[in-house]
Design a protein around this ligand. Structure first.
Ligand code: ATP
Ligand code: MG
Length: 245
């Protein structure tokens, strides 16, 4: 049984089918890449799985149990957490405090336990020397690491990453890619990652799902997907604002 799955999951915004009958499977221990042009429905898919918005129809299954309709905090407690495409840490809280908030909220840990957990996670993501800094003093790559730490502090089983690598320079991108792999390998966290940076998503993912206009147009190993004619059309077709890779 897959760790996480969706069945004919759909979300309409008025007449727009943002996510349209989507079947997704995440096996335990895997990294699943989600790619697709701007507006394909990728972030909406995460919001549906995370419980931030209710689906119009279809199901989200965790360990085979239907969980859609659950509120976001319940999904976090069940072990499903996401990062945000635009990171918004609390600007007046330190790195440590930002991460502790996540741990306390999600798991109801006492302050001392939350602090220990937060410090450990901050070290893991490579921000150990910035523990008492304010988020505004971090580089974008640093803020992305902070976003990862906040998510990891909730002790997830499924981590959904929304464009963690996009916007970083090549060496920062490489550092984040290494960290994502370590999250899977060393923390036993299964990962779904939305990413426009093709080399990163292709090298990290066990499987890749391609969305276009809310629908799955291809799925398979990275090699299968890049050789799929439908993918080439979606990325280069005239109806989309050009390639996004
Ligand atoms: N709350 C909302 N209300 C109305 N329309 C929405 C809402 N959220 C998203 N949409 C629309 O749904 C579609 C899918 O948006 P979504 O943000 O999921 O795309 P995406 O694949 O994440 O794109 P990007 O690569 O630019 O981040 C878009 O047409 C978007 O304008
Ligand atoms: Mg998005």
């Amino acid at each position: 049984m897959p760790l996480l799955a969706t069945r004919t999951l759909s979300k309409n915004f008025g007449g727009l089918k943002a996510v349209d009958g989507l079947d997704l499977v995440l096996e335990e221990g895997q990294i699943l890449g989600v790619i697709g042009p701007n507006g394909a429905g990728k972030t909406t898919l995460f919001s549906l799985i995370a419980g931030s918005i209710p689906p119009s129809s279809g199901e989200v299954l965790l360990d085979g149990t239907r969980v859609n309709g659950q509120q976001a905090y319940r999904m976090v407690r069940a072990g499903v957490v996401r990062t945000h495409q635009i990171v918004r840490p609390f600007p007046n809280l330190t790195v440590l405090e930002n991460v502790m908030v996540g741990a306390i909220h999600a798991r109801g840990r006492a302050t001392g336990a939350a602090r220990d957990r937060a410090e450990e996670v901050i070290g893991f993501v490579g921000l150990g020397d910035r523990t008492h800094s304010l988020p505004g003093t971090l580089t974008l790559a640093g803020r992305k690491r902070l976003e990862l730490a906040r998510a990891l502090a909730t002790a997830p089983r499924v981590l959904m990453l929304d464009e963690v690598i996009a916007g970083l320079n090549p060496s920062e991108a490489q550092g984040l890619a290494v960290l994502i792999r370590r999250i899977r390998d060393e923390r036993s966290v299964s990962v779904i990652m939305i990413e426009h940076v093709m080399p990163a998503v292709m090298s990290l993912s066990d499987r890749v799902l391609v969305l276009d206009q809310g629908r799955k147009i291809a799925e398979g190993t990275p090699l299968e997907v890049v050789n799929d004619p439908a993918v080439v059309v979606a990325y280069l077709g005239e109806n989309h604002g050009g390639a996004t890779a």
